[in-house]
Design a protein around this ligand. Structure first.
Ligand code: HMG
Length: 394
């Protein structure tokens, strides 16, 4: 059964880590002018995972309120997008499936293409719901952006998970056709299997991002997309929030469009303080826009998804009438405010810490503020548990 019913985002939320490193603290120790971080890259702080947090715990913490609100009965598929996978074989989403108590009659898979993975998951989810309008698809995008210490990328780290429920008659936004697409084999940022941090050519990555924007926009127009003037705002993938401003100016310039109603500032508030969350970043930009602006009912917004390597997509979403009561603004602001600030020395210790690789038993200290935690490892397995959520003061 294939439906032409509207399909899109019925619920959308995110979780981040319990720890945060401010860029002022980083600047004090790297000798960098804090203005470079604040204005040059547009970041004020970045989320850092505690020893008992990872992509699974963040994703489970993000998805739990969605399950609480909508139940598990109609979820038939979980798509987990990440580029910081914890296993070469098993999908991280299976741990989330277990933690959230989802039914056995569900398919769970992991998707990867750098930061673009979540948009691929979103499109697959929409296609599945079009094919079977009774089903709900849970899209999870969870990543920890971690670069080498003392490298130019270090200031663009961060971590978060977005959870998105895709259904027919969505309460928040429909996902529209067409999309503009782009793929080019380019080595701007990559992480071989034997490395825990990526190799990155920063300048090349920025140039490739802008090239991908040009070409996806061109393709979007070729496919019959609406003109730039009709988009109320554009959410860009934000490896650092200045990138969104750069990208938007670039698009306005190349299309010869006068800046009018497009808002960028409202899309950057969460990413400024959370940092790069790779697959989740674009959806945190969308959440920030929805949480911070006057009602956009009936307005269409653009979404630019970029994943190094590289694949990109320009798509649009139309906000549904009366979507605002479905948002989770307070919980998002709370998640950001609840993080515990780190000293630079503790941050460095956490950055270099590694889980055992010899299969010996290891227990992690209870530091997370979230409900789900990585309790430890044993016999080469990650052990997760659910417990009462802690606040920063507990
Ligand atoms: P860098 O060498 O540290 O910084 O690299 P810079 O010297 O290029 O300076 C950055 C900006 O700060 C410049 O502005 C400076 O002028 C300005 P711009 O010329 O770009 O407009 N600046 C100042 N501004 C105000 N006051 C000051 C001051 N000093 C300097 N005092 C870079 C920066 C982003 C390249 C680096 O952090 C990096 O390599 N990051 C990681 C890669 C990255 O984020 N690439 C983005 C595009 S690729 C992408 O989005 C994909 C990705 O998310 C991964 C995936 O898809 O999986 C990364």
């Amino acid at each position: 059964m294939r439906t032409d019913l509207p399909v899109g985002i019925h619920d959308l939320t995110f979780a981040t880590t319990s720890l945060v490193l401010t860029h002022d603290e980083l600047a004090r120790h790297t000798g960098t002018n804090p203005a470079k971080y604040r204005h040059g890259i547009g970041q004020t702080s970045m989320s850092i995972p505690a020893a008992d947090e990872d992509i699974v715990t963040m994703a489970a913490n993000a998805a739990a309120p969605i399950i609480e609100r909508h139940g598990t009965d109609r979820i038939r598929t979980v798509l987990f997008a990440t580029e910081t996978g914890i296993d070469q074989s098993k999908a991280a989403g299976i741990h989330v499936h277990q933690l959230l108590g989802l039914h056995r009659n569900v398919r769970v898979v992991e998707l990867k293409q750098a930061c673009y993975g979540a948009t691929a998951a979103l499109q697959l989810a929409c296609a599945l719901v079009h094919a079977d309008p009774r089903q709900h698809v849970l899209v999870l995008a969870s990543d920890i952006a971690r670069y080498d210490l003392d490298s130019p990328g270090e200031a663009t780290q961060g971590a978060a998970a977005a959870a998105i429920l895709i259904t027919t008659h969505p309460a928040i936004a429909t996902i529209n056709t067409p999309s503009g697409l782009y793929t080019r084999d380019v080595m701007d940022f990559w992480r071989p299997n034997y490395r825990t941090t990526p190799i990155v050519n920063g300048k090349k990555s920025v140039d490739t991002y802008l090239e991908a924007l040009d070409l996806t926009w061109h393709d979007y127009q070729q496919q019959g997309g609406i003109p730039l003037e009709k988009l109320r705002a554009i959410c860009y993938h934000q490896p650092f929030t200045r990138m969104a401003h750069k990208a938007h100016h670039h698009l306005l310039k190349t299309t010869g469009t006068t800046p009018t109603t497009q808002a960028i500032k409202a899309t950057t508030t969460y990413n400024e303080t959370i940092g790069n969350s790779y697959t989740a970043s674009l959806y945190l930009a969308l959440t920030a826009l929805l949480d911070s602006t006057a009602p956009l009912d009936g307005e269409t917004i653009g979404l630019f998804s970029y994943g190094s390597g590289s694949v990109a997509e320009f798509l649009t979403a139309t906000l549904q009438p009366g979507y605002q009561p479905h948002l989770r603004t307070q919980a998002h602001q709370q998640a950001i405010a609840d993080r515990t600030p780190l000293t630079y020395d503790t941050y460095r210790t956490l950055h270099t810490a590694q889980l055992p690789t010899d299969g010996t038993e290891h227990r992690t200290p209870h530091h997370t503020h979230g409900t789900y935690r990585l309790a430890g490892t044993n016999a080469h397995q990650r052990l997760y548990e659910a417990g009462p959520a802690r606040t920063s003061s507990t």
